[in-house]
Every structure is written in C-alpha cells, then in structure tokens.
Design a protein around this ligand. Sequence first.
Ligand SMILES: *Cc1c(COP(=O)(O)O)cnc(C)c1O
Length: 451
Amino acid sequence: MVEALLEKPSSQRYHEGIFSALKEQDSQVYELITKEYERLQNSLQLIAAANQCSRAVLAALGSVVQNKTAEGFPGARHHGGCEVVDDVEKLALDRAKDAFGAKYANVQPHSGSQANQIVLAVLLERGDKVLSLGVEQGGHPSHGGPGSLAGKFFKIENYHVDKTSFLLDYDAIREQAVKVKPKLIMCGASAYARKIDFKRFREIADSVGAYLLADISHIAGLIMAGAHPSPIDYAHFTTTSTYKSGGPRGGLILMGKDYDLQTKVSGRDMPLWKCIQDATFPGVQGTPYFNHIAAKAVFFEETLSDEYKARQFKIIENAKRLASDLLDLRYDVLTGGTDNHMILINMENSREALTGATAQKCLEDCGIIVDMMKLPYDGKQASITSGIRLGTPIVTRNGMGTNEMDSISVLIDTVLRAVEIISDRQYKISESVKNETRDKAKELCSKFPMR
Ligand SMILES: *Cc1c(COP(=O)(O)O)cnc(C)c1O
C-alpha cells in the first residue's frame, strides 16, 4: 500500500486527489468516513449544536497548510518560512473582524472551550469569583461546570433561569452579582431558546465592576446575520466555537470597543487585547492549526454573502414552525416557542413516563437524530434527563423549509406515540413503525442532498 503511494506519477501534485489517496492507503478509515457520510445523508439531523460546512471549507481543512509549524502571531513567529501562513492568518483575522464588526479577533483557539479558557487565564487568579449560568440550567461546562478546569481553580457561582417562565431574570442576576461581587460574569448558553440581552448583562457587570464575557457559540451565525442582537461592543470579550454556525471546528475570540482598555496584569499595564494574545500563546496553546485557520477564513467570507444571511433567518423561521407544530401536537415546548435555532421540549410533561434518553434513542432507531437534554429544574439524572433539544441549522442548510418542518413534526409524533415505555431507558418500538419512519426520513433527506 505504501508502495502504491510512492509510485505516484511525479506530475501529480502532493495535494491533488487526496481522497483517493486515503482510499488506496487505508480502506478501513475510508469506509468509516463513507459510512458516516451515508448516515448524515440518510437521516434527519436535528442536533442544535451541529452544522454542516461548505465543500470549500472542507477542502481548506484537508490542505497543505496543515503541515506548517509556526508558534506565535503573524509577523512575530518563532519558526522560519511563515510568510504564507502569516497571510492566511491575517486574511482570517480581517474577515472575522468584518463578519462580526469587531475591533480585535483571535483565530487561534482550537475550540470554543479553549477560547473560554484563554479569557479566564487572562483575567483570573486562583480563587477569583465567576458568575455564570449553571450547566444544568442551559450553561456550558467551560463556564465553570463541575469537573471543568475553571471549576477546579476558580470560585464559581451560578445564576439561574426563572422557575416558572424558564427565562433569564435580569433583576435576580443583578441582585446576585451585587452579593457575589464576581471578577467576571459569563453569559451565553447551550440550551436557551430565547434572546439574550447583552446590554443588560453589561449594565450588571458595570454596576459591580466585573468583566463581561459573552459566549455566543450557539448563536454566532444568527448574530453575524443580524438575526440576534450582537454582544461585540457590550461584552469585554466575545467567544465562540466556529462549527455551530457552519464553519470548521475551532474557536474564536473577538473584542469590540474595549479592546485596548489598559489593564494591570501581574504588575504590568497592558491593553486587554495584548493580554489575550499572551494568554493564547504561550498561555494555553502551542502551535496554531493553519488548516483550521484557512478554513475559518473561507467560512467568514461565506458569512458575508446574502445566501448565508438569509439562511440564518430561515433557520429561525423553521425552528419557530417546528416548535408551533409540536405545541399543536401537545408537546411541552419550553417558553412556548423559540427566538433562535433551537427547541427545548419537556418529554415527561408531554407523555407520561417518557424520558429524554428514551426519546433520543427511539427517534434515532427511526432515522431522526436529536439530543437528550437536562432542562432547568430537571429532577432526572444527566444520563436520562426529562428533555430533548432540537435544532434546525442542518436541515435548513440543505434546503428544507416550513413544509418539511410539518412533515418532521408528524414523524417525531408518530414515533413518540408508538413507543412502548418499559423504564427510564428501556422501551419497545414495533419493527413496522421503525422501518416506515426510517424510510420516510430517508426519502425526505434524499430530496435535500448535503451541500
Ligand atoms: C458548544 C459550546 C462551547 C464549546 O465549543 P467547543 O468548540 O465544542 O469546545 C462553548 N460554549 C458554549 C455556550 C457552547 O454551546
């Protein structure tokens, strides 16, 4: 197999035909990738935390810049031969700033979680206080959840959503901030279907002298398109993962009007943005991934297009339609609907004894892919949960509209009504429902091929 590679005609450039090179060299991995492609194409992808990048982004991810080692930042690298990757990174930075209307960008974070770690590393000393939304209330583990690095080194206090409305209660958050006096307030969520008032959060942060970090991982695409208010000039720091909005896997740190605020760090006066650079490298990471940075550049350019912007509004339109369909079918949709791409449903209140785990599993058997989700004030353990979370980014990307949302809601209801519940995790579903629904899901997906 290795010989086959070595015998490549010398006229063939190294980076051409890379997918057939994989097929020739490693059929096992090639077949698994092909299987995953077929799984994605043939089942309904309703994961709110997932998206599908363009073929151009995919190509940049599999390109030769991945081979370049270059510690540091453009114009200030440790290694030789960086003139091309410097241009790649500068292009990604310019486009990121354009896409978000930001004054500073950092495209090096390997993930959204690491972007958060970098900001925490900049601002906090061991034992400093952070106020963030609890993981079991819709927050993200990297906001100081138990078991996360932040949870280990900093004092984390959590704010909550209201017990009956499941909405953020800004007055209560303000009161808590006054009591806690945190050095940093984190906002942004992984499971919250309504708008987030970043201006309000900044007022709260200012009233207690705290920094504000807005983590927009789930809604970055909506924000770039103007379909959700932007935190860029309200928060001191905005972080995001780049894949949930349709780009490559990776993270991003942005800053708005406070980017050059002078700050004292270990006795030295520095602008905030410079602190972020130093905390990225050598603080938290080593060498950047230039294939991901090139792919981010391709993606940020895509987000400026009319097609991308219009799609973000369609994602919301589809989510609203799916939510209202499911409400009509008597599902307990949290907050009665959605303002973004996601829908949270309490399964236990929708059908007696139905758990999130059972719903996820039986829907998966039938070609419908969703996440179980621990909802605010959910009495069930994390591996069972009372809820599920649905999202419309992928189905919308592939061209589905409100008619298809109607069909999807019927498929979901057919499965959840047919399932025979045995325990929190055990169930039975008839072969005929399974096969029929799977075929219908597959047929629907075949009309909207991945693109
Ligand atoms: C998904 C998510 C992250 C993590 O991003 P990764 O790139 O997967 O590490 C961080 N914050 C929030 C709010 C998220 O939803």
